[in-house]
Design a protein around this ligand. Structure first.
Ligand SMILES: [Zn+2]
Ligand SMILES: [Zn+2]
Length: 348
């Protein structure tokens, strides 16, 4: 038996070749060069196939890419490689690769240097942020009176909290812009679902109804793309306020978000009433806690109390709200248009 390549007559032949000729012609390694990796210059994300990896382990990604770039001959039964990286600058790296191929007891080793080019490409999210991308608008608007500073702060805080990116989380939820307009605030957000939830959350906190509308924004992959607007109409009253509706005085107990339903208490009778923001459209907001005064109890019967009017110290008879009881010598009252009303302490 002899080697078909060089004519030598060794003891063992591999595919008809002597050891040296086999290594020479069959145990070759090819590495595609240069290796290109897309890296976002804004946030440092790296593209892996169709995904952008945030906070990437760049070395692991380079090793993966090298593994993909190495072509091993099918004659090799096993292979392994080691890499030493040499940074020319942050975007140009040389990988010195030692590849080891094995076939039976034959070992072939190769040293190959490959250039790795990190190409600056803005990632999907950074280019969306940069391009003022938004999917939905959250509109928060007051009715009649201006939004209070507290309401504005609360609303902004809720939006900021929702878009906050925690360590290891994706940054795909972001606020593109925010503007104060018509006494309220508009938020342009990157995610429709999040905007919808925020609208509900805000209306739960400040009351009012949520209305949505869709606007055709274009077509993508043969499908119509809509941009949603979620409008939260903040009512002019807050929880704890006193309002007058068709001659009756109510205290706002609870603002139920989303539907615009409001739970009120008729302060004369002590009965709870439920109304919606339509029925309360013409409500007059009298004020909040600042209307409450102390009034001295002169005497008490089953249904009434004789009280001293805190303004002029006249003795007046006031109907007790249903279920009202007190041991105190003073009660909380408000005075609306000459009439005193007993205010039950809020259970908080
Ligand atoms: Zn040979
Ligand atoms: Zn980026």
């Amino acid at each position: 038996m002899f080697c078909v390549e060089c004519g030598a007559e060794p003891e063992d032949l591999y595919d008809g070749l002597c050891r040296d000729c086999f290594i020479e012609s069959k145990m070759k390694v090819k590495v595609d060069s240069p290796i290109k990796i897309d890296i976002c210059p804004v946030c440092g994300s790296v593209r892996k196939k169709n995904n952008w990896i945030e906070n990437p382990d760049l070395e692991a990604i380079m090793l993966d890419k090298i593994d993909d770039a190495i072509s091993i001959p099918y004659e090799a039964e096993r292979y392994g490689f080691n890499v030493e990286f040499e940074e020319e600058d942050p975007y140009n790296i040389v990988a010195n690769i030692s590849v080891k191929l094995e076939r039976e007891e034959i070992v072939a080793e190769h040293e190959i240097s490959v250039k790795i080019i990190l190409k600056k490409v803005q990632c999907e999210i950074c280019s969306k942020i940069h391009g003022n991308y938004y999917e939905a608008i959250l509109q928060v608007r007051p009715t009649k009176k201006e939004m209070t500073e507290e309401q504005k702060e609360l609303v902004i805080k809720k939006v900021k909290k929702r878009i906050e990116v925690k360590e290891g989380e994706k940054r795909n939820i972001f606020l593109t812009s925010q503007e104060e307009i018509h006494g309220g605030i508009d938020f342009y957000l990157s995610d429709t679902g999040v905007t919808k939830n925020l609208a509900r959350e805000i209306s739960n906190a400040v009351g009012g109804s949520v209305k949505s509308s869709a606007k055709l924004a274009g077509r993508e992959d043969g499908q119509d793309i809509y941009r949603m607007t979620y409008l939260v109409r903040i009512p002019p009253y807050e929880s704890g306020d006193f309002i007058e509706v068709e001659g009756s005085i109510y205290r706002v107990k609870k603002l139920k978000g989303g539907t615009g339903k409001v739970i009120l208490k008729d302060i004369k009778t002590g009965k709870k009433v439920r109304m919606d923001d339509k029925e309360l459209e013409n409500a007059e907001v009298l004020g909040g806690d600042e209307l409450i005064n102390k009034s001295v109890v002169v005497s008490e019967s089953e249904k009434e109390m004789k009280l001293l009017d805190p303004e002029n110290f006249d003795t007046v008879t006031v109907l007790k709200p249903e279920g009202f009881e007190t041991e105190d010598k003073e009660v909380d009252v408000i005075k609306v248009k000459r009439y005193l009303y007993i205010i039950e302490e809020e259970s908080k």
